[in-house]
Design a protein around this ligand. Sequence first.
Ligand SMILES: Nc1ncnc2c1ncn2[C@@H]1O[C@H](COP(=O)(O)OP(=O)(O)OP(=O)(O)O)[C@@H](O)[C@H]1O
Length: 278
Amino acid sequence: MNRPHLTVEHITRQFQIDGEPLVALDDINLDIAEGEFVTIVGASGCGKSTLLRLFAGLDVATSGTIRHAGEAVNEPSLDRGIVFQEPRLFPWLTVEKNVSLGLLNSRLPKAQKSELVRDHLELVGLSRFANVYPYQLSGGMAQRAGIARGLVSRPNVLLLDEPFGALDAITKAHLQDELEEIWAKENITMVMVTHDVEEAVYLGDRVVVMSPRPGRIREIIPVRLARPRRRTSSEIASARDRVLKSLHATGENTQSQAKGSKPSDDGGRTERTVALAR
Ligand SMILES: Nc1ncnc2c1ncn2[C@@H]1O[C@H](COP(=O)(O)OP(=O)(O)OP(=O)(O)O)[C@@H](O)[C@H]1O
């Protein structure tokens, strides 16, 4: 692994629900290398979004430390972009203006900001739609605008919280490929939370499998397959089965299981990299 870029050390996040403590994350440890694509899967409520919010600096851990390039993460930064499941575009602003919101806290001169917005609209294939309003976009186009806004400040980490969860299968597949191209071209570290195991293994260099109550890292499964990957390859199918098997052991019910694919028995050969999760 390259030098760790994002490091999570003994992170715990506790909330209060009805006066009772709720441990959303318990002793999470993880190193993510520069330029790595890490995907995170796990049962609903196991703390995936909480972990991503901590990475973004939108929330603060109860204990433990997150570092980005050696610096403690305590607040949001232009160096870390974030994309949510809903594109969260302002309906009264054009696509161009929505994307430029990603530079709101930037001190760059206006001309340079405009150039960055133009470049990123082009990167996600929305140049022709710069002056239209969100209601004039399809769901996939709106999410492209959300991705452009997450990337426009040229962050070196992009955090994605189920970015394609609300899209149809064909649009989702297109956007996955586009995202992978952007990742390869821009050499950005990507951390994506997803409920879709196929997406996790298709895009991830490693898949972090979390278990619920309290949220912990159960296993980290490397996907050592060359890119571009073929969705229908037997290697992708076997990586998916390994992740499903791990999720199955946490009692998780996933999209792929719901579709009828059962985890295969790999005779316990599932590669455990628990050491990486310390
Ligand atoms: N602000 C908050 N206040 C209280 N409890 C919270 C808060 N945010 C999250 N939680 C709790 O923390 C736990 C983890 O929530 P989180 O949203 O991180 O799960 P998740 O794995 O992303 O779930 P899903 O897959 O359903 O989106 C849940 O039990 C949730 O109720």
